[in-house]
Design a protein around this ligand. Structure first.
Ligand SMILES: Nc1ncnc2c1ncn2[C@@H]1O[C@H](COP(=O)(O)OP(=O)(O)OP(=O)(O)O)[C@@H](O)[C@H]1O
Ligand SMILES: [Mg+2]
Length: 503
């Protein structure tokens, strides 16, 4: 690849926000036909850099070159006109509009008299959708799609133009394995057409599978670029966080308490069936399975968001009816949801208020909320989870993706629940903070909490769980202890290959 001139080049890019120097003189180039990974801790500046490229932010200093030509990207449509497409980390689609309208937002094809050419619109849209092998079409309302499919819409949009460069900001965070395979095929396809690709992800296995070069940012500064084939996870981590990662501290083995939560024969329509399991206080139970196996739905039922059609839930031996999240919270059951953007956070509200939202009534001193108490909670969890923000007044929407996730976790932790359910706790979290969150989950168990961890990442479930419930298609296939589980048996169980051995 040497000797080729870059499709895109950034030189000395500086971008500041109030209280944050998000980019501090970053220079980087992307070659035609390469997949160029951008890595760094949560808040390192990756998304900001890509937003500068995509015309969403204007840099304070520095120059962007497309080919040899210095350009000013005044907005996303201009970036698109220059052949730069951007697939966002935080989805930015209009839920009320159709897939086709979203893809061509701001530039719908017109007929004479300015009428929208719907036939052309649908044909073009379905063309790019067919490359992605998705099960929806141009007319589907975006709000009716799963997050993964919304992600596919963003990707389809990138395929509608002759792109010179495509930027993927954590595209796989909510995709299933099958969807990932399709995405990687699309990327390989673009690559073979000479398109330069910038790829942001916290998942090392992906980085080493599909990228050619890796550039690292730390605290807004450029730390260097390496060839993927000439480096390894450890060196990249070291570049990202400036130290070696200690993965040894975990599995605080302690006495388990009584059964805190027990579920018997729980059913919910055709979402899941005859689910039975228990969690003792001091225990971490991992739920592993493919996307769609019913794990999130079970969590939602325990949290009062869905009504079970049959079965019993017992908390400390006492049968319980959970009609609403307020009921669940009152009984000490908390859920850290999978999709922080729609269920976990109020983006226009500041960090402190987001964190203390569920417990406002407890913190109220007379007619006023006790400000001091709230700030104290914020400070405590900011330190514990290493949340990067200039202060509690910052709007959550301005935090980096991973730091938003940490606010969601802090929000539910600070309520000291008896039973804590976390759904995909480390999605979008960098390697360093990931191990912090794993340690935190183990610590919570050591303090007597009963914890349920739902995860699609096998290393994560294997790492944090005392027992693992393997699910397939709405059923519990098998429950493993951490001593007996192996990767192979676990994969068999979640593929539906093990005959029903419900625990
Ligand atoms: N619109 C904004 N207003 C204020 N601060 C912002 C804004 N956008 C980003 N920041 C800050 O800039 C820094 C870099 O954020 P950025 O989103 O680029 O991080 P990132 O590397 O993409 O992290 P992650 O891996 O968590 O997605 C963070 O401190 C973030 O809070
Ligand atoms: Mg980001």
């Amino acid at each position: 690849m040497t000797g080729q001139s870059p499709v895109l080049r950034l030189e000395g890019i500086v971008k500041t926000f109030p209280g944050v120097r998000a980019l501090d003189g970053v220079s980087l180039s992307i070659l035609p036909g390469e997949v160029h990974a951008l890595m760094g801790e949560n808040g390192a500046g990756k998304s900001t850099l890509m937003k500068v490229l995509g015309g969403i932010h204007q840099p304070d200093e520095g120059t962007i070159y497309v080919g040899e030509e210095p350009v000013v990207m005044s907005g996303p449509l201009e970036a698109k006109a220059k052949g730069i497409m951007f697939i966002h980390q935080e989805l930015s689609l209009a839920g009320e509009l159709s897939v086709a309208e979203n893809i061509y937002l701001g530039e719908l094809p017109r007929k004479r008299f300015g009428l929208v050419d719907w036939v052309d619109l649908e044909r073009k849209t379905n063309d790019s959708l067919s490359r992605l092998k998705v099960g929806f079409n141009a007319r589907t309302r975006v709000g009716d799609l799963s997050i993964a499919n919304q992600q596919m819409v963003e990707i389809a949009r990138a395929l509608t133009v002759d792109a010179k460069a495509v930027i993927f900001d954590e595209p796989t965070a909510s995709l299933t394995d099958a969807e990932k395979v399709v995405l990687f095929e699309v990327i390989a396809d673009l690559q073979s057409q000479g398109v330069g690709i910038a790829y942001i992800s916290h998942r090392m296995e992906e980085i080493f599978r599909i990228t050619d070069r890796i550039s690292v940012l730390r605290d807004g500064q450029y730390r260097g670029t390496v060839n993927t084939s000439e480096t390894d996870e450890e060196s990249v981590t070291q570049m990202m966080i400036g130290r070696k990662l200690d993965l040894s501290r975990l599995a605080s083995h302690h006495e388990l308490g009584d059964v805190a939560l027990e579920v018997r024969g729980l059913c919910c329509g055709d979402l899941f069936e005859d689910v039975s399991f228990s969690v003792r206080s001091g225990e971490v139970v991992g739920f592993y399975g493919l996307v769609g196996a019913g794990r999130t739905e079970i969590a939602e039922t325990l949290f009062g968001l869905r009504e079970p059609s049959a079965g019993t839930i017992l908390l400390n031996g006492e049968e319980l009816r959970i009609a609403s999240p307020a009921d669940a919270i009152a009984r000490g059951i908390s859920l850290v949801p999978e999709d922080r953007k729609t269920q976990g956070l109020v983006l226009g509200m500041n960090c402190r208020d987001n964190m203390t939202l569920p417990q406002i009534s407890d913190l109220k001193a007379g007619p006023f909320v006790a400000e001091g108490a709230e700030v104290a909670i914020f400070d405590q969890y900011r330190d514990k989870l290493d949340i990067r923000t200039p202060g509690w007044k910052q709007m959550v929407g301005n935090l980096s993706g991973g730091n938003q996730q940490k606010i969601v976790i802090a929000k539910w932790l600070s309520m000291h629940p008896n039973v804590l359910i976390v759904d995909e706790p480390t999605r979008g979290i960098d390697v360093g903070s990931k191990s912090e969150i794993h340690n935190l989950i183990r610590d919570l168990a050591a303090h007597g909490y009963a914890v349920i961890v739902i995860s699609s990442e096998m290393p994560e479930v294997l790492h944090v769980s005392d027992r693992i419930v393997a699910m397939y298609s709405g059923r519990v296939m098998r429950t493993f202890t951490s001593e007996e589980v192996t990767e192979d048996t676990l994969i068999q169980a979640i593929s539906g290959l093990t005959p029903g051995q419900a625990a």
